[in-house]
Design a binder for this molecule. Structure first.
Ligand SMILES: NC(=O)c1ccc[n+]([C@@H]2O[C@H](COP(=O)([O-])OP(=O)(O)OC[C@H]3O[C@@H](n4cnc5c(N)ncnc54)[C@H](OP(=O)(O)O)[C@@H]3O)[C@@H](O)[C@H]2O)c1
Length: 207
């Protein structure tokens, strides 16, 4: 079992915190104090004793999940303390150009501003409701991961399967960070702008 620090306690951070606890991991939430309404809402579900500062959560964890607004990427990673030897899973997306200044995607900004090289992008390609429950009838949705870190991809893939995704497809290395954000933008476009609604998810068919 892993100790996981979740930074950002909103829709995505809250959903992943709940599911990782349900499947048996130790979860700490690195939050801002005084706790926001979002953090308090999550604390009522998972317990306030899990909430601490980002640096304290990271110090105790082997895996860090980043789920803050993309615009706040650099600000958020500067609060993490020493990330050497830890895996960072980036769940964020630059939507409508609102991302970290000077970077085309959030994961490159994390890599440029942290000590660890084990940074992968995962859990970003679908809505938070699907993170809470990826099951659609008999079939489960698929997840996707990208990054150069094989260890990071192994960890993200294990977590994705544990919380109920059928498969976690490897899209490639760090050069695919923008591609995997585009996959998220495709989900957002279909769900929100083309009228299919948030109750939809991607699954790969194979012969
Ligand atoms: N919503 C989705 O369905 C979805 C799906 C996939 C990926 N994503 C991506 O996931 C990310 C989070 O989305 P969300 O919907 O979960 O957002 P959200 O509900 O607005 O939550 C954002 C969280 O980030 C925290 N935060 C903001 N600025 C921070 C900072 N400087 N340092 C530390 N924490 C900070 C907020 O803290 P406070 O509570 O203290 O304000 C809040 O808990 C975004 O990049 C989004 O593109 C979203």
């Amino acid at each position: 079992m892993m100790t996981i620090a979740i930074i950002g306690s909103g829709n995505v951070g809250g959903a992943l915190a709940q599911r990782f606890i349900e499947v048996g991991h130790t979860v700490l939430v690195g939050a801002r104090f005084p706790l926001s309404e979002k953090s308090i809402k999550l604390a009522t579900k998972i317990g306030e004793d899990r909430f601490t500062s980002p640096a304290r959560a990271v110090a105790q964890a082997e895996v860090i999940v980043l789920a803050t607004p993309a615009m706040k990427t650099i600000e958020a990673v500067q609060e993490l303390g020493d990330t050497t030897g830890k895996v960072i899973i980036d769940t964020m997306n630059t939507v409508r150009g609102m991302g970290p200044a000077g970077f085309s995607n959030t994961t490159d900004a994390i890599l440029a501003n942290t000590a660890t090289h084990d940074v992968v992008k995962c859990f970003n390609t679908t809505g938070f409701e699907n993170l809470l429950n990826p099951q659609y009838g008999e079939q489960a949705a698929d997840m996707f991961v990208a990054g150069d870190s094989q260890w990071g991809k192994t960890v993200a893939t294990q977590l994705a399967r544990e919380i109920g995704f059928a498969e976690c497809y490897d899209l490639g290395g760090n050069d695919k960070f923008t591609l995997i954000e585009q996959l998220a933008l495709s989900w957002i476009t279909l769900a929100l702008f083309q009228g299919y609604g948030r109750g939809m998810a991607f699954a790969v068919l194979k012969r």
